[in-house]
Design a protein around this ligand. Structure first.
Ligand code: ADP
Length: 616
């Protein structure tokens, strides 16, 4: 072997990917065509961009086209581009190792659960290796765009390793020859490939030729009129540009002239891949300037929470050679961001009204992004908050509504939005907090999600209405509800509250009678400046080794409740029994509030109480 020829084994993780790719993934073998076309298209796009800044490019006159040639006799599928090609080091790095973090994640995810949605492969940059699903051997002929690059040939059977040799006569770019396995010779048929190309690659931005014949028409559909584009075309465009396998749930196609000239086509997917445990989605809206790609994943162009969006933003106002670094700080890009996101949210709002059921379904998968935005994106906070959905004390179980619906139903003069953070509806309805609000006809929002506490702490109000948690002691309730039944006299209340607070001592900051209890004997409340139960729970989970923050609660008692009246009587005659009951009442109330750390006393005390009750 000459010194410039080398043989290497694949690294363990490449072998792992290859193993998965060849043996289990993809029932649709044809996907490899799309992957290779997409790589060729990327390479051309990158070259087109390079040409703007580089003076010297190898084979400068070569056309930016993609040529596919199939040969039934020899059972080969060949794809060639005059993109940026690869140097020797790049060959090692790009297709000899798994340099991309995406692929690493993929390997990890697959190792954890082999049955994970196999359709996710495209998202993890396993693209090139997909050729080995159908191939005995893959050969890559290449010359880099760099003038001092070598003429190279990379060969592999996709099993153990690969070989790189020098082979003169290469043009700029890559030519990939896929030698098909016998059972996949269909991919050497022109008709078969033509159908595949029409399905997956209709939107390649470069001329695509199959055995010398043009198969695509290059067009930027985002620059067309809406009426000129069909639903199918939109969906295929989405799948092609974002390498997605689902249908988009929403799309927004719009152009504007001011404050900035732009054409934009955005999609909201149906599947949220973050839910599959594949890590954070990458920003997926590409930035173009008059049909020329500037950046396919411009980090920081759109706000972080909007990373689920897919599509294209094209603005003629952008300087073509804007660098990635300067882009993030560019005032123009900020303006783009604001215009596009504002429009998108407005659009989504009207879609949510047109078809609330569809929106609720989509929301189930994507609520996290909107909540994240509500907390972090002050510019669009109100529009994002408008899109939040939740169950309330007035919706049917499972049915959701938004703040706007809440405000429509709000009582005259009601300027607060009431909520309760609680694990589920049943707990909300069984607990002591709701009764006073129900009795007054006040709607209460149920927040079931762990992040909701954080959400409301940041949001604080919707429009001019403060968000108020109904378990707080400072909630003001009117006197419109006349409580039934006779209450303990004031002096008796005084005796009882003193007894309870003396006994519970530092467990409560206050014991008092209030307006909220109707059917329940007691409830614990969060003091005005106290930490919510959820926040405390979160802090405990984050610092499991540290002592939990001290609890601060107030206890409200219901002077009309039989149990409270009897407790008053008993505390004089039988203080030991009264203490037992007080403990039990308090722990029960803490349990309902999600604040009870240790439940074991609850049970033993229960036995003692039963015993006392049965004693003759
Ligand atoms: P991805 O395209 O998602 O990065 P692939 O496995 O498809 O992952 O490709 C790995 C890398 O190999 C690419 O990132 C690119 O650097 C390089 N590559 C693949 N195909 C080509 C090509 N036709 N021209 C130049 N480079 C290519």
């Amino acid at each position: 072997m000459s010194e410039n020829n080398e043989k290497r084994e694949f690294q363990a993780d490449v072998s792992q990917v290859l193993d998965i790719v060849t043996n289990s993934l993809y029932t649709d073998k044809e996907i490899f065509v799309r992957e290779l076309v997409s790589n060729a298209s990327d390479a051309l796009e990158k070259l087109r961009h390079l040409q703007l800044t580089e003076k010297e490019v190898f084979d400068a006159e070569k056309e930016l086209e993609i040529h596919i040639d199939v040969d039934e006799e020899n059972k080969t599928f060949t794809i060639a581009d005059h993109g940026l090609g690869m140097t020797r080091d790049e060959l090692h790095e790009n297709i000899g190792t798994i340099a991309h973090s995406g692929s690493k994640q993929f390997v990890k995810a697959m190792a954890e659960d082999a049955k994970k949605e196999t359709a996710m492969i495209g998202q993890f940059g396993v693209g090139f290796y997909s050729a080995f699903m159908v191939a005995d051997e893959v050969t890559v002929y290449t010359h880099s765009w760099k003038t001092d690059g070598e003429h190279l040939k990379w060969t592999s059977d996709g099993k153990t390793g690969y070989e790189i040799e020098e082979e003169d006569g290469q043009s700029r770019g890559c030519k990939i020859v896929v030698k098909l396995r016998e059972e996949y010779e269909e991919f050497a048929q022109k008709d078969r490939i033509e159908t595949i190309l029409k399905t997956y690659s209709a939107f390649v931005a470069f001329p695509l030729l199959l055995n010398g014949e043009r198969v695509n028409t290059v067009e930027a559909i985002w620059r067309k009129q809406k009426s000129e584009v069909t639903d199918e075309e939109y969906n295929e465009f989405y799948k092609f540009t974002s390498k997605a396998f689902d249908e988009p749930s929403y799309r927004m196609h719009f152009s504007a002239d001011s404050p900035i000239e732009l054409n934009s086509l955005l999609f909201a997917p149906t599947q949220n891949t973050e839910q599959f445990g594949f890590g954070q989605m990458e920003a997926g809206v590409s930035l173009y300037c008059k049909n020329v790609l500037i950046d396919d994943k411009p980090e920081g162009m759109l706000p972080e929470w909007a990373r689920f969006l897919r599509g294209v933003i094209d603005s003629a106002d952008l300087p073509l050679n804007i660098s990635r670094e300067s882009m993030q700080d560019s005032a123009l890009v900020k303006k783009l961001n604001r215009v596009v996101i504002k429009r998108f949210l407005k659009n989504l709002d009207s879609e949510s009204k047109d078809d609330p059921e569809k929106y609720a379904k989509w929301y189930e998968n994507f609520s996290r992004f909107l909540k994240e935005g509500t907390v972090t994106d002050y510019d669009h906070q109100e529009s994002l908050a408008k899109l939040l959905r939740f169950e309330t004390s007035m919706t049917e179980p499972g049915e959701v509504c938004g703040f706007e619906d809440y405000l429509v139903r709000a009582k005259e003069g009601q300027d607060k939005i009431y909520y309760l953070i609680i694990p589920d509806r049943k707990t909300a309805e069984a607990g002591p907090y709701l009764e006073a609000f129900k009795a007054r006809g006040l709607e209460v929002i149920y927040f079931f999600d762990q992040v909701d506490d954080y959400l409301v702490q940041n949001l604080k109000k919707y429009k001019d209405n403060d968000l108020v948690s109904i378990d707080r002691s400072d909630v003001e309730l009117d006197d419109s509800v006349e409580a039934e039944g006779e209450a303990l006299e004031e002096s008796a209340v005084e005796t009882l509250t003193t007894f309870i607070s003396d006994y519970l001592d530092n467990k409560v900051t206050k014991v008092a009678v209030g307006k909220r209890l109707i059917d329940s004997p007691v409830a614990v409340l969060t003091p005005e400046h106290g930490m919510s139960a959820q926040m405390r729970q979160m802090m405990k989970a984050m610092n499991p080794d540290e002592e939990a923050p001290p609890l601060e609660v107030e206890l409200e008692i219901n002077p009309r409740h039989a149990l409270i009246k009897q407790l008053h009587d008993v505390q004089g005659e039988n203080p030991e029994l009264a203490k037992l009951v007080t403990d039990q009442l308090f722990d029960g109330a803490m349990l309902t509030a999600g604040l009870l750390d240790d439940r074991k006393d609850l049970v033993t005390r229960n036995y003692e109480l039963m015993e006392a009750a049965l004693r003759k």
